[in-house]
Design a protein around this ligand. Structure first.
Ligand SMILES: [Zn+2]
Length: 453
């Protein structure tokens, strides 16, 4: 069994409310064996000099669209300057040209950036199925996750409603409900592992209620309950009025009536929910993946995170896809999410959450949304998912008072010094061990060039 002893950590942030100073942390196999002073390395263990290091629980990203990584930083697609319709008309022709290789390399690109910045578990919502690209897109994502070494929860998304019936999705990207459900079942049977320390899970994730038939959501919930997997979709992005006109009730009621709600379900965004709807989510145990960076870009309404927390809604944090957030850096989102709530705090009745709460959303909060009790905090018996920041740099002078709030308050501009997933070092000393980053980047650029040609 491989073992690693982190010797002399300046701080181990077990969770946002428990910080141990000047301790060692021992990893044996995939899990944490001990945290304490004066730990002795077992025979054959790698001893890592962790003096000056803060060790954090690995971050859990709860919403993303990896395939969008190939449309970052494009002025012609800047949705702050376009109407939603103009933006959709420009971006979907690009999305519809993506090939199977594009899905693989964009996923590899996003996951590499996530890992460099402390993310150890990623959920991705892959809803783009151009007909020519085939059905093996999530399969290739599992391949990419294994290459980087990331723990991966694949959201098998999809759209079924034609544009002629009110959807915004081009017809060449649609599937039938039967096609969608059959492929979800295939992926669950092939990849889903519910055992402790599982590295691969599948989440049934129809894209959003406005772009699917009702039966797609009904059958998704039935399949997920039958197979014992989780459910995910987009909610409260401005569609509640459309759903109300179409189905006679807003999105939260509509999904609750279908049974697409509960402790095994989490929604992305939820910008526009009323207090009553937030209380409904809290009562049903439905979670929310809050993605702060698209909120900056849309600018219409700031998600009321303190209200959600006060009502007891379970919260995780997400980068979101790169069509509406140009990075895959969850550490950055901890900082931007906190700053965003500070901006609007004075306009609201409730207090701003503590900065450390945002670390909590990005760790234990996200783990709970994905149904994981083996990740999200550092303790003996938990999976060894963690990252290290060497605070012996000028960047951190004067910041070491409160390690649990460091990321939210100060913001971390650089990659971690080390990221470990399931007891394996996936990023250290500026490199992905065993991988050639320059070559991976060049290969991804070459594939990207094929769709921009
Ligand atoms: Zn999304």
């Amino acid at each position: 069994m491989t073992a690693h002893l982190f010797k002399g950590c300046a701080a181990v942030i077990c969770d946002p409310h428990s910080v141990l100073r000047d301790v060692d942390l021992l990893v044996e196999g995939p899990k944490i064996a001990a945290i304490g002073k004066g730990l002795v390395a077992p025979t054959g263990a790698e001893v890592i000099d962790a003096r000056g290091w803060f060790l954090y629980p690995g971050l859990v990203n709860t919403h993303h669209h990896f395939f969008q990584t190939f449309v970052r930083n494009r002025a012609d697609l800047d949705w702050t300057k376009l109407s939603v319709i103009e933006w959709l008309d420009l971006i979907y022709p690009i999305f519809s040209r993506l090939t199977e290789d594009c899905f693989y390399h964009s996923s590899l690109t996003a996951m590499a950036e996530l890992a460099k910045h402390g993310c150890t578990t990623a959920f991705d919502h892959q809803y783009n199925y151009p007909r020519h690209a085939g059905k093996r897109l999530v399969d290739r994502q599992f391949e990419a996750a294994a290459k980087i070494g990331l723990r991966f929860h694949a959201g098998r998304g999809g759209n079924t409603l034609p544009k002629s019936q009110g959807s915004t999705i081009p017809d060449e990207m649609l599937e039938s409900t039967d096609e969608f459900i059959a492929d979800c079942a295939r992926l669950i049977d092939t990849y889903h592992d519910s055992a402790p320390f599982s590295m691969a899970q599948v989440v049934v994730s129809p894209c959003q209620p406005v772009n699917c038939y009702r039966e797609t959501f009904v059958e998704s919930a039935a399949l997920a309950r039958d197979k014992g997997v989780f459910l995910h979709t987009h909610v409260g992005e401005g569609e509640s009025q459309v759903i109300a006109a179409r189905h006679g009730m807003r999105t939260v009621d509509y999904l609750e009536q279908i049974g697409f709600a509960g402790p095994d379900t989490f929604y992305a965004h939820c910008w526009e929910l009323t207090d009553t709807e937030l209380r409904q989510l809290a009562a049903s145990g439905t979670g929310v993946a809050h993605c702060p960076e698209p909120v900056y870009l849309v600018g219409a309404e700031v998600t009321d995170v303190p209200a959600m927390a006060a009502f007891g809604v379970r919260l995780g944090l997400g980068c979101d896809g790169s069509a509406s957030s140009d990075n895959s850096n969850l550490m950055h989102c901890i900082h931007s999410g906190y700053m965003l709530q500070c901006l609007v705090a004075s306009r609201r009745a409730h207090p701003v959450p503590e900065p450390r709460d945002f670390l909590g959303y990005a760790t234990a909060g996200g783990a709970a949304l994905l149904g994981r009790s083996d990740i999200g905090r550092l303790a003996p018996g938990m999976a060894a998912d963690l990252f290290a920041i060497d605070t012996r740099r000028m960047d951190y002078v004067g910041t070491r008072h409160d390690p649990a709030s460091l990321i939210a308050k100060v913001g971390i501009a650089m990659p971690t010094d080390l990221t470990m997933v399931n007891g394996r070092i996936v990023w250290a000393k500026g490199e992905f061990p065993g991988l050639d980053e320059a070559q991976m980047a060049a290969e991804a650029e070459a594939v990207l060039a094929t769709i921009n040609a």
